[in-house]
Design a binder for this molecule. Structure first.
Ligand code: SAM
Length: 253
């Protein structure tokens, strides 16, 4: 299946696509405007600045993030939220009505350079929030033999993926062909499991703070539709160049 990239010149326009998998890149906009203008999608991935380090901090971060999660919950049955664990923990007591914490995912990386004299960060969290009746697809992680057993009803338990994703940061020589220059680019290896668990082919994933467009590349490779936006034109240009049709993307899970 071929995927296409579309740029939308009109600010605030969010459209659904049909047919073959499509990556739509919207003009720069604030995350809340994108979410409020969006039609329903299968999943929303929220990867904001983290309230420490790159991107700086804001005094109302917890309230702001809660508002963003709430807006995402109005249009999707799965909402994924990235951040540092001690910061995301504040969100757990105030999840949107009808949503639950389906999983606390940990991204574990060993290759973080230490810039301070103290504990060296080696983890990031992704909260998988979902409606109570949301569909999940652990079968997407089965190998062919397991899939055969599952399809013939011979598998008593479907072994889903572990809640710890071990993948190095994209820094130095690690995954040089994936690096775009965005200061907080996620590896494809940590975005793909979210999409596989929550969607099927041609479902649509919205990433309103897409940075370098990792979600778009992951969707292209997994044959899902993607809608991308960011407040920065500079980063949207990176995403656009990265997702251009015909460009070979490293295809690993
Ligand atoms: C951690 S980065 C996302 C990285 C991305 N997942 C990737 O793999 O490249 C956070 C992004 O959120 C964007 N952002 C921050 N605040 C925003 C806002 N209020 N509205 C839209 N985008 C925002 C930033 O411009 C930045 O690109």
């Amino acid at each position: 299946m071929k995927s296409q990239v579309q740029m939308f010149p009109e600010a605030g326009t969010v459209k659904q696509s049909a047919g073959s998998a499509t990556v739509k890149i919207l003009p720069p906009a604030d995350v809340l405007d994108t979410l409020k203008a969006s039609d329903p999608v299968a999943a929303v991935i929220l990867d904001p600045w983290y309230n420490r380090g790159v991107g700086g901090s804001r005094p109302d971060y917890h309230e702001w993030l809660s508002t963003v999660i709430d807006a995402a919950s109005k249009i999707a049955e799965h909402v994924f939220v990235w951040g540092f664990p001690e910061i995301l923990a504040y969100q757990i007591p105030q999840l949107p009505a009808g949503f639950r914490l389906m999983s606390w995912l940990t991204w574990y990386y060993k290759n973080c350079p230490s810039v301070i004299r103290g504990w060296r960060p080696a983890q990031n969290t992704c909260l998988h929030l979902a409606k109570d009746d949301a569909s999940v697809y652990p079968e997407h992680f089965l190998n062919d033999e397991q899939l055969g057993r599952w399809q013939s009803g011979k598998m008593r338990f479907v072994p889903g993926p572990p809640t710890v994703i071990e993948a190095p940061l994209n820094i130095g020589f690690v995954r040089r062909n994936e690096q775009t220059g965005h200061p907080a680019q996620k590896p494809l290896a940590v975005i793909k499991p979210l999409i596989l668990m929550s969607t099927t082919e041609l479902d649509t994933v919205l990433d309103p703070m897409c940075g370098s467009g990792t979600t778009g590349v992951a969707c292209q490779q997994l044959k899902r539709n993607a809608i991308l936006c960011d407040s920065s034109q500079e980063y949207l240009t990176i995403a656009q160049d990265r997702i251009a049709p015909g460009v070979n993307q490293p295809n690993e899970r």
